[in-house]
Design a protein around this ligand. Structure first.
Ligand code: T6T
Length: 329
């Protein structure tokens, strides 16, 4: 399969250029900014890679970057970390909110107290910001993959891998996470174009690969004719792969993965996973810092920036141009 890279969005180049231009001016005026990045989870290769991109931009712009997050992906753990970060009064806050609703209030507090908020990867409310409607449109920008499109790409890839017929299901984190909700929705709506495919109930794993693995084994035990699984994120996909392997169904049950850590790349090579949809987390981090900096130095920034994908399968897994998109661990 041809490597596809989808890069869209408003004013990406303009933001980078504006940020770079104003960097010199701000430095000359002796201002130094601290930008905080609160990930969904600190030990996730996706956010580790995002951090690297953010650090590269911070270095280029001469700002200090603080990276602080929780050890598991949920609002109960993320909110206290966020409160601690807000108490340190960063000049701007980049955050991947772990719940569309539960993070609105604490972020509203930060915004009202004068800290500009930009969400990266995930969003709050509807994710449509700066429109003057609703209670969650105050963040300045949303910088992320087009997750609905990613779900559609996954559905097409899985449909092709299973020859357009059979039973499949979605392995997902938990309802309320904007990114994985959209991936699931995109997947299910695209699957309506394949009358030979039945989409079974979604399995929710709380971002726990072990739970995703035992769910895969149970679904397979109930449906020995299961044809495929869509893992909507790194842990869902890794877990789905292990469950399939433990059930002795490697290669028979096709797995399509969102995200591209080394382990998933290894599983593509062995055939356990058919396709990985690699997001570009470093790009999200880089543009997050650049957008925050542009805002802090008086530039306008777009309310949404869509970053790219690279689809990786057996045909391009060893291409040097693809390797660049494998996540750092
Ligand atoms: O898929 C990414 C991220 O986009 C999602 O919001 C949460 O899960 C990941 O971090 C992967 O584990």
């Amino acid at each position: 399969m041809e490597r596809r890279s989808i890069l869209s969005g408003v004013g990406l180049g303009a933001i980078g250029a504006a940020a770079m231009l104003t960097a010199g001016k701000a430095r000359a005026e002796g201002k130094s900014f601290t930008i905080a990045l609160v990930p969904g989870l600190t030990t996730d290769a996706f956010y580790i890679t995002m951090h690297k991109g953010a650090l590269a931009a911070a270095k280029a712009l001469g700002v200090k970057l603080v990276f602080q997050g929780a050890p598991s992906f949920n609002p109960v753990q993320q909110v206290p970390v966020l409160d601690a970060v807000i108490a340190r009064r960063p000049d701007a806050l980049l955050i991947a909110p772990t719940d569309k609703t539960q993070l609105i209030e604490p972020l509203q507090g930060a915004s009202s107290s004068g800290i500009p908020v930009i969400t990266v990867d995930t969003y709050i409310g509807t994710g449509v910001y700066q429109t003057g409607s609703g209670s969650a449109d105050f963040p300045l920008s949303y910088i992320a993959s087009n997750n609905t499109l990613g779900g559609q790409i996954a559905a097409r890839a899985l449909a092709k891998a299973i020859g357009g017929k059979g039973k499949v299901y979605v392995s997902n984190i938990e309802a309320g996470v904007s990114t994985t909700d959209q991936r699931r929705e995109g997947f299910i709506s695209e699957m309506k174009n394949y009358p030979g495919i039945t989409v079974l109930d979604t399995q929710y794993n709380d971002d726990d690969a072990n739970k995703a693995a035992s769910q895969a084994q149970s679904v397979l035990a109930r449906n020995p004719d299961l044809a495929g699984i869509f893992g909507t994120n790194l842990f869902s996909a890794m877990g789905a792969g292990s469950g399939v392997q433990q059930s002795g169904a490697a290669g028979k049950v096709k797995v399509v993965a969102f995200d591209a850590p080394e382990s998933i790349i290894g599983n593509i090579k062995t055939g356990l996973i058919s396709i990985a949809i690699a997001q570009h987390p470093a790009e999200i981090g880089w543009f997050g810092v650049a957008a925050a900096y542009a805002h802090l130095t008086g530039q306008s920034i777009p309310p949404a920036i869509a970053t790219g994908f690279t689809v990786i399968d057996k045909t391009n897994v060893d291409d040097p141009s693809t390797k660049k998109y494998v996540y750092s661990e």
